[in-house]
Design a protein around this ligand. Structure first.
Ligand code: SF4
Length: 53
């Protein structure tokens, strides 16, 4: 089971860095980015630290 970083809340339980017991990330830091050239809404942003469990 991963420990949790209380500063990074996350519900993506299929990520291998997810704290399986609670909705937090276990990493010390994450990279957030975008796949759009001109991001305008939440859906345009991504956690680029995601890796499939
Ligand atoms: S790396 Fe990103 S997607 Fe994965 S648990 Fe952490 S915040 Fe969530």
């Amino acid at each position: 089971m991963n420990s949790k970083n209380p500063s990074i809340a996350c519900t993506v339980s299929s990520c291998k860095f997810h704290s399986s017991s609670e909705d937090y990330c276990a990493l010390q830091k994450i990279q957030v980015g975008t796949h759009e050239s001109d991001p305008t809404m939440i859906e345009c942003t991504d956690c680029q630290s995601f890796e499939k469990k």
